[in-house]
Design a protein around this ligand. Structure first.
Ligand code: GTP
Ligand code: MG
Length: 316
């Protein structure tokens, strides 16, 4: 709960209801305030729709959300926004410092473009001090393709004189076995954020399970609905806990898909609309890679060249 507010302060919440809310991990005022009544009653046993409505309304009152805020308030929130260094100066310049908190960033591109390597390096760098381009906080890594490699983290950490064991200890990793499990892990990530100092959540890759489980046109609407819910969970985590959320995504490179565009991310509009920053990665000349900033709320489009080495991500 935020500051001095307790669950029991909400209208219609007695000891028993408070306990049930806690069991579901609903301890954050802002999170409850952002829920729909139906969502709350569906999630917590014993809370009917009308009780849920008064709980959500009083959470909104206490959290002072739902209406306008002044420019000063918005300014204050933006002052809290932080950036995590990618480790490459030119890449950081493209992003005006690095990957930012309070919103979602999509890294998409062909296989071998460097998505997983960048995600690994961010999970290391988020742990560095603010002076060194980090946040002094830990990371959560939702791994859907079994490509999280602890030895690689070790290698990157040691290359910058960090204690590799400590760095690994500050990364909470989970393997997602299917898309439902992935969605559940994102919910759990919010709880981890409440209990630990977390600065980064990685989902590598966002679409792999969704893409293989929901095949064909008939499944598309259902897939997009689930995906939307998943992304809104991640967005809430980004805003409530001031963390950066990095999603990796593949391109439509499927040869049987006649009209597959090799430069288009999969997942369609839902992914694009939820990501404030969109970065396209491709292989460049020799061993270099190119990052193109395609969308950002306030930065110009542009490109940066980087390389993947034993030390991790560096300038190209
Ligand atoms: P997919 O997940 O297959 O779509 O690709 P990706 O974009 O995640 O690519 P990833 O980040 O896995 O990049 C793979 C590339 O990184 C490899 O082709 C190597 O060139 C490079 N790489 C990975 N590990 C190392 C390493 O330990 N040392 C060096 N020098 N390069 C590495
Ligand atoms: Mg990968």
């Amino acid at each position: 709960m935020a500051d001095d507010v307790e669950l029991e302060d909400l209208d219609g919440v007695g000891g028993k209801t408070a306990e049930r809310l806690r069991e579901e991990g609903l301890t954050n005022l802002m999170e409850i305030a952002n829920m729909k009544a139906g969502e709350l009653s569906g999630k917590v046993d014993g809370i009917g729709e009308s009780a849920a409505e008064s709980i959500v309304n009083s959470a909104m009152d206490l959290a002072d959300v739902g209406g306008f805020e002044t420019g000063t308030e918005r300014y204050k929130q933006r002052q809290e926004m932080r950036k995590i260094s990618t480790n490459s100066e030119s890449f950081n310049e493209l992003l005006d410092g690095g990957v930012e908190t309070q919103s979602l960033t999509e890294l998409y591109g062909e296989f071998g473009a460097g998505k997983t390597q960048i995600a690994h390096h961010l999970a290391v760098n988020v742990q560095r001090s603010e002076e060194e381009g980090g946040l002094g906080k830990g990371a959560i890594y939702i791994d859907t393709e079994d490509t999280f490699i602890p030895e690689r983290i070790e290698q990157m950490a040691e290359a910058q004189d960090m204690d590799a064991d400590e760095v690994l200890d500050n990364i909470h990793v989970a393997r997602a076995f299917n898309s439902d499990h992935q969605m559940l892990l994102a919910e759990e990530a919010k709880t981890i954020c409440e209990e630990n100092d977390i600065g980064l959540i990685v989902v590598d890759s966002l679409m792999a399970h969704f893409r293989s489980e929901y095949v064909g046109r008939g499944e598309l609407a259902k897939r997009q609905q689930k995906l939307n819910k998943h992304m809104s969970t991640l967005l809430k985590a980004a805003n409530t806990h001031n963390v950066a959320v990095v999603l990796t995504n593949q391109v439509m490179d499927n040869p049987d898909q006649m009209f597959g565009d090799p430069t288009k991310a999969i997942g369609g509009n839902i992914v694009a609309h939820n990501c404030a920053t969109i970065i396209y990665l491709r292989k460049g000349k020799k061993d270099t890679r190119v990052a193109r900033l395609e969308d950002s709320p306030y930065l110009p489009e542009g490109e940066a060249v980087y390389s993947i080495t034993d030390e991790g991500i560096i300038d190209g």
